[in-house]
Design a protein around this ligand. Structure first.
Ligand code: PNS
Length: 170
């Protein structure tokens, strides 16, 4: 089967910060997508104040994916479906690490489809090395002085060092 239009998928998230697990999922998506837009949401909910600012999160994504022409990094405000529809993107990538992710992801997938009927969610399973990894755990370990260098790229580690001081993050 041949496709006339390039297959573009969006990989949205808070990316606070981007971890090696996120990186793995975005690069895996390139196995079937022609291009992937990694899109950082301004705030997942109004109640959650991010650790890294929106511009810091976007800069980290750009550093991490700077080697890959087929990955574009962007940010969006408001509903994911509005951003995707405006760009005519019909596929959304989400990583599923464990059964515990499933309920939330399933609800989000169904709600997004209610809001944008052409929007298909594609779940990808990360490398087993990252199946326990989450940005929130990485933040907690970094803030409490643990070594997070196995879980994030060197450029993200530098950002933690700048924010927290050099001790305890690598
Ligand atoms: O990395 P996260 O926090 O799991 O990502 C969640 C995210 C940002 C993909 C989700 O909260 C989202 O899409 N936010 C944008 C606002 C929106 O569309 N909310 C309705 C989702 S059904």
């Amino acid at each position: 089967m041949t496709r006339s239009n390039p297959l573009v998928a969006i990989y949205p998230g808070s990316f606070d910060p981007v971890t090696l697990g996120h990186e793995d999922i975005a690069r895996r998506a390139l196995r079937f997508a022609d291009r992937v837009v990694v899109a950082v949401a301004r705030a997942a909910t109004q109640a959650k104040r991010p650790f890294f600012s929106l511009s810091e999160r976007l800069e980290m994504l750009e550093e991490v994916f700077g080697d890959e022409d087929r990955i574009e990094c962007d940010s969006f405000e408001g509903l994911l479906v509005d951003y995707a529809r405006a760009r005519d993107i019909r596929f959304v990538i989400r990583g599923l690490r464990a059964v515990s992710d499933f309920e939330y992801e399933f609800q989000m997938a169904q709600m997004n489809r209610e809001l944008y009927s052409d929007f298909e969610t594609i779940f990808l399973v990360p490398n087993v090395d990252y199946s326990f990894l989450s940005a929130s755990l990485v933040r907690e370990v970094a803030v409490l002085g643990g070594d997070v260098s196995p879980f994030i790229s060197p450029s993200v580690l530098r950002r933690f060092e700048e924010k927290l001081g050099a001790e305890g993050v690598g």
